[in-house]
Design a protein around this ligand. Structure first.
Ligand SMILES: [Zn+2]
Length: 408
């Protein structure tokens, strides 16, 4: 479908959402899945992507916005309404929505990129907020020659071959999950957590966040956190904005929900291949440029994060194709949280990540009960995972606690 009257950004976004939804085959005869292990054993992508029912999700759907629709607070959801009422006072009111949720900005006044008053990443790649109480975005990792390895847009219904590959390599990554995908493919989401990958949120419906009203932006984050909590039992503490579209208004909302904003340094643009905006050869070139930079010593002081996806078979196959070269070019490839020594990735303390030192020493997973909160060794540049709460987070701890109570 061509939408030539709209900007290329809209077309790209529409194509991406279509791609995200394309695997969801509407069926009147949903199959039954007996267990996470049964689902994880399927290697036929077509079979894997046939809709199935999962009773805890079915039972909870009334408490969520419509899957894949831009989120708004469910009118009967008093917990969400109360949380928003508490959070809203901390959200800047002098920053207006930027354009639309489809990334169309030509209807709004020209943004002043020179002064960049809103620290709007999309326009300036700004990662240091100009409002107080909100930490910098994570765009690099402190460990030298280290790659913060992660994938956006999952869980993808046909990801088993890809996840099998990661398991064979004993490689963990950070998975930025879309709330709607988590409810569509709960067993795929469970596989990620159970195999030791770090889970972060990637909004409810995958639109441009700065285009939402503050209340709807809150709903996009709130319900993605809630979907992950429902299916996986953990409350995530990190998120990545779709398209990197974040400004200080959105950061403040995320921070109030206890979510650290994770961005990237290099984009492979693998996500644009399916829409035809770029070719597979260009994606290859992007990977190769990144690898060459690693080989040339660009990351000898500070490690890096690239943007890659479990969006479709192309992006996952390309990730597998380049894994050996990335592994050779970098000294370490670890989940973003591990690179940050963030040993407590979730509010629940029964899940933990290894420290960076543990991970590179071969301990790629740890049991929550044996997790250590001790600071890392003196050779590590990362900060301790037990970082101090920012002022906004401290003020709103009660809100997060309320969210937890509502979800438990
Ligand atoms: Zn995405």
């Amino acid at each position: 479908m061509r939408l030539s009257v709209f900007s290329s950004q809209f077309t790209a976004d529409a194509a991406l959402v279509t791609a995200l939804m394309s695997s969801l085959v509407i069926s009147t005869q949903a199959r039954t899945v007996a267990s996470e292990a049964d689902e994880a054993s399927i290697t036929n992508g077509t079979e894997e992507c046939q809709v199935y029912g999962y009773q805890p999700v079915t039972d909870a759907l009334d408490g969520f916005p419509t899957i894949w629709e831009p989120a708004t607070i469910v009118s009967t959801d008093t917990d969400a309404l109360n949380t928003w009422a508490n959070i809203s006072q901390f959200v800047p009111t002098n920053i207006q929505p930027q354009g639309t949720i489809f990334g169309v900005w030509n209807t709004t006044p020209l943004y002043d990129t020179a002064t960049d008053p809103d620290c709007w990443w999309t326009k300036t790649e700004c990662t240091t907020p100009k409002i107080s109480g909100v930490p910098d975005d994570v765009a690099t990792v402190p460990e030298p020659m280290t790659m913060g390895y992660g994938f956006d847009d999952g869980p993808n219904c046909s990801h088993n071959i890809f996840y099998d590959y990661l398991a064979e390599q004993n490689q963990k990554a950070t998975m930025f999950f879309i709330g709607s995908n988590v409810l569509d493919w709960p067993y795929e989401a469970m596989r990620a957590l159970d195999e030791g990958h770090e889970i972060c949120a990637h909004t409810w419906s995958h639109h441009y966040m700065t285009g939402f009203t503050s209340e709807d932006a809150f709903a996009e984050l709130y319900y993605s956190v809630k979907a992950i909590k429902l299916v996986l039992g953990v409350t995530v503490t990190c998120w990545r904005p779709p398209f990197g579209d974040v400004d200080d208004r959105i950061r403040a909302i995320a921070e109030a929900l206890g979510l650290r904003t994770i961005i990237w340094q290099y984009d492979t643009f693998d996500w644009e291949q399916q829409s035809g905006n770029i070719t597979a050869a260009q994606v290859d070139a992007n990977y190769e440029t990144f690898i060459t930079r690693a080989q040339n010593g660009s990351f000898t002081d500070v490690g890096s994060i690239i943007l890659t996806h479990e969006l479709n078979n192309f992006t996952m196959q390309t990730a597998m194709d380049y894994y050996p070269q990335l592994k050779a070019a970098f000294k370490y490839m670890v989940p973003v949280g591990v690179a940050l020594n963030k040993t407590q990735p979730y509010l629940e303390t029964n899940y933990s990540l290894p420290t960076f030192e543990q991970y590179i020493g071969g301990t790629t997973t740890v049991n929550g009960s044996t997790a250590t909160n001790s600071t890392s060794s003196s050779s590590s540049k990362s900060s301790s995972g037990a970082s101090a709460l920012s002022p906004i987070s401290s003020a709103l701890l009660v809100c997060v606690s309320g969210l937890l109570a509502a979800l438990s």
